[in-house]
Design a protein around this ligand. Structure first.
Ligand code: 26W
Length: 861
């Protein structure tokens, strides 16, 4: 019977429409007469989801049946953005060239899954883009780390790896940013306002999680390593919500499991009996606060108890799930690491290491050392930052109150670790203190989570070559001595070309597939196919088509900017083709140096004004400083004073420059509010130039640099993070590098500290003008903290050391862009031709081969 009534996927536009209508009428309980764009989005999503669900179930069955090694990616952030368009693109199932045809609109006809649905929706009276616009971003992340996790789950599914993501289902994602009078104002992102078609609540999967309480040694007697009972004091339930993660051109659909906190149904009778009903309800309500909100800090650790609660809640629930699945296989515990690889996305999930040790020792009664061997073979840790203020440390008082048993286990792990170190390095007396997982700090000792992650893992990786080298010579230096160099490795980050090329830039994707004769889009799986573009790099007709695509994308961005500016254009429409779009979009951070960018803009403006006042004509000014718009976007952590001041300065400078008629629209400054994934998809394809100008050695990798290059934008950047490998891949003629190298940073900083900062004339001029109140007449000292930081507070981020080479390189950019468009286009085309290395598919393959030892589970064909 089950077979007879087997559910069917839609395969044609017609079948899609049938599904769509039945969802409007049955799922949404609406009629076609009262179906707006939102309802159309929901019905489309439900229809597409139906297709996915079938493959999702099959994938899970297949992966269980094959019983091969599984990968679990633990990340506190998954910055997914929108799901619908991505799901439609990934639905493309064609692998054979013979089916490819432009008119045959079925899902097996190559390049048409998106066209097919677009047309089908059009026939129903809706505009595809407007329908897609209805979807709120799933913004469960801050920036680079969270978006990386999203690209990784896409690539793991595409590569057919049996891999799950585990995270938290925050009710509030990263805050929405409003700009009011130039200042950032945060508003809550309640993204679950409408039913979310991309999640399935697994209300039957509920894991009880304990906090607080005490350790009962009754069962262990006096033996220290024996199992003990932890009697928890507060209990909440973790409920699973699953999101389907479709691979591209494969029927593999993996799972992203996000946990949501809810109260237990157990009632605290002691409170009830004492008549404290209200209090006991309140306590239950508190449970939900655990997964209420994403912490909005990026690269800054605050040490809040609720954050530690989030971390334990998520680690314990995920491990419980993983262990339960393993136990069903009835294998011996020693095979756990052969069956399971767990990747720690930064130190946020390090408690999983401790929790697995606790489960094995206290609950499963394994010998301590046997258990620890399993644990360390299972875990691997990715580091994403070397910045001191971002390294997680937990005061043992706070930690021990919340997780008393885990604190004991950490002390024991540390004891065995230090004992082994002591035996091996008897001569180095300071070493033990330096590498101890417990830092002897005042007023209180602290747990160093990065050290715990290293000790608990078999591999540690950085995210770009320079960064991976840096961690070995700086923060983790001692551990290289202890474990040898092979425990430390590099996996350079990557991005998914499905979202960041095909979805974000359909026009470029079309031009590419036409040009390299790959209408089935196989290049999105094998990016080395892009090298076939190189032979067109100097072809005039091709260059002009390439330029047309850029022009289209710049207009699309200009439309967005206009819309966000209350319908008023900032950018001069008629001149867009000759306006250089210079873009810096990313979290606002002093180390990323948006302040240097805006100082550079001010310098340019002052120079233009000087030329005019010393008698130059506007044509002469335009010759030296051709048309340009400087575009910024990005959120500041709500409590990060300096970052917020940088946002205000950018907006204030924009107010002055954009209004200045004298410079005749040759220069504009735009701050795009509320930068997020869906805005990035519009912004990135429109760039001529993007800025990746961090102080050398501070940006671990950067991933938007890769996205911009993949969309034909050129980069101005420092020798930092993945810029180094981008240069290696695309060639140094095709990138504008400047600034001091990371090996000189310490010395430069030292000089600032002891000999006070000496400013170049150019920068001095800029800072003086800011201090004069030119951009804040009503409060001339408004930006004092920013100017003082460079002048008097040691210029930690070395703006003064890099400023002149930055300005000179910007002028070089202008000359190439405006004087030799053919040379510019050639660079742009060659960049895309050689960007293939930065596909996250390559990156995931490296993790699978060198860290996870995991194989794909291919669907039967
Ligand atoms: C505990 C507070 C906190 C929160 C987030 C500390 C650190 C983080 C993240 C690790 C910050 C982050 O997103 N790092 C970025 O990771 C990207 C992906 O590897 C890199 O490309 C960026 O260079 C790095 O800044």
């Amino acid at each position: 019977i089950w077979n007879k009534h087997r559910v069917k996927k839609f395969n044609t536009g017609d079948e899609f429409q049938e599904k769509f209508i039945s969802h409007v009428e049955w799922t949404l309980a609406r009629s076609l007469y009262n179906c707006d764009d939102l309802a159309a989005y929901q019905a489309t999503s439900e229809s597409v989801r139906d297709n996915l669900v079938i493959d999702w179930n099959k994938t899970q069955q297949r992966q269980t049946a094959r019983d091969s090694k599984r990968v679990y990616y633990l990340s506190l952030e998954f910055l997914m953005g929108r799901a619908l368009d991505n799901a439609i693109i990934n639905m493309q199932t064609d692998t054979s060239e013979k089916d490819v045809g432009e008119t045959k609109e079925t899902l097996t006809s190559g390049n048409t899954s998106r066209e097919m649905i677009k047309n089908a929706i059009g026939q129903l009276g809706f505009n595809f883009e407007d329908v897609l616009e209805q979807e709120p971003d799933a913004a469960l992340g801050n920036g680079g780390l969270g978006r990386l996790a999203a690209c990784f789950v896409d690539s793991m599914a595409t590569g057919d790896y049996p891999a799950w993501g585990y995270g938290l289902r925050y009710q509030y994602g990263i805050f929405a940013q409003k700009i009011i009078n130039g200042y950032q104002v945060e508003t809550p992102d309640y993204w679950l306002n409408f039913a979310n078609p991309w999640e399935v609540e697994r209300s039957e999967i509920q894991v009880p999680i304990n906090f607080y309480g005490y350790v009962d040694r009754a069962q262990s007697g006096s033996s220290t390593l024996a199992p003990v009972d932890w009697i928890g004091g507060e209990r909440v339930l973790a409920v699973a919500y699953d999101m389907p993660i479709p691979g591209f051109k494969t029927s593999t659909v993996n799972n992203l499991r996000l946990w949501s906190a809810k109260p237990t149904t157990e009632f605290d009778f002691s409170k009830f009996n004492s008549g404290d009903y209200k209090n006991s309800v309140e306590q239950q309500q508190r449970a939900e606060s655990i997964t209420a909100v994403l912490y909005p800090n990026d690269n800054f650790e605050q040490g809040k108890e609720l954050r530690l609660k989030q971390q334990y809640f998520w680690c314990a629930a995920s491990l419980h799930d993983i262990v339960r699945r393993f136990k069903k296989s009835r294998r011996p515990w020693s095979e756990f690491p052969d069956q399971i690889a767990i990747q720690l996305n930064d130190t946020h999930p390090t408690l999983a290491v401790v929790e697995l040790q606790r489960v094995l020792v206290d609950l499963e009664k394994l010998d301590w050392h046997e258990a620890w061997d399993i644990v360390t073979k299972t875990f691997a840790y990715t580091n994403h930052t070397v910045m001191q203020e971002a390294l997680e440390k937990w005061p043992i008082g706070l930690f021990g109150r919340l997780l008393p048993r885990h604190l004991e286990i950490i002390f024991d792990i540390n004891w065995f670790f230090l004992k082994a170190v002591e035996e091996k390095f008897q001569h180095d007396v300071d070493l033990l203190g330096r590498v101890s997982i417990i830092e002897e700090a005042s007023p209180e000792r602290q747990i160093r989570m990065a050290f715990l992650a290293i000790v608990g893992s078999h591999k540690v990786n950085g995210v770009a070559e320079l960064h991976s080298d840096l961690i070995k010579t700086t923060i983790f230096q001692d551990f290289v001595k202890i474990y040898g160099p092979n425990k430390f490795t590099n996996v350079t980050n990557g991005i998914t070309p499905r979202r960041w090329l095909k979805q974000a830039n359909p026009k470029l994707a079309q031009l590419i597939s036409d040009t390299i004769d790959d209408r089935a889009d196989n290049y999105l799986l094998d990016m080395s196919k892009l090298t076939a573009l190189a032979k067109f790099a100097e072809d005039e007709t091709f260059q002009s088509k390439w330029n047309d695509v850029k022009q289209f994308n710049k207009l699309r961005l200009a439309d967005l900017i206009k819309k966000l500016n209350g319908g008023v254009d900032i950018i001069e429409r008629d001149h867009i083709r000759n306006t250089l779009f210079d873009i810096q979009v990313k979290r606002i951070h002093e180390y990323k140096r948006q302040q240097m960018n805006i100082f550079g803009v001010i310098y340019r403006y002052l120079s233009m004004k000087e030329m005019l006042s010393s008698g130059s004509s506007i044509e002469e000014v335009a010759e030296k400083y051709p048309r340009k718009v400087s575009i910024f976007g990005g959120k500041s952590a709500p409590g990060y004073y300096m970052a917020k001041l940088i946002i205000k300065l950018i907006n204030s400078v924009g107010d002055v420059i954009n209004k200045d008629d004298e410079i005749k629209d040759l220069l504009k400054v735009v701050f795009i509010p509320d930068y997020n994934v869906s805005k990035a998809e519009i912004i990135i394809p429109a760039s001529d130039l993007s800025e990746h100008i961090s102080t050398a050695g501070t940006e671990a990798s950067g991933t938007s640099n890769m996205k911009f290059v993949m969309n034909g934008g050129l980069i101005i950047g420092t020798v930092d993070g993945a810029n180094v490998e981008i240069t290696r891949e695309i060639g140094e003629d095709n990138i504008f590098l400047f600034g001091n190298l990371s090996e000189n940073v310490d010395e430069l900083r030292f000089n600032h500290q002891y000999h006070s900062t000496k400013l170049p004339e150019s920068l001095n001029k800029v800072l003086n003008v800011i201090e004069s109140g030119a951009f804040s007449p009503e409060n001339p000292s408004e930006f004092k903290a920013l100017t003082d930081s460079v002048k008097y507070h040691g210029d930690y981020y070395l703006v003064s050391d890099d400023f002149d080479s930055y300005v000179a390189t910007q002028e070089l950019v202008d000359q190439v862009y405006h004087k030799d468009k053919a040379a510019w286009l050639k660079k742009s085309i060659l960049s895309v031709a050689n960007v293939g290395f930065f596909s996250s598919d390559r990156c995931i393959e490296e993790y699978a081969d060198t860290i996870w030892n995991a194989e794909p589970v291919k669907p039967e064909t």
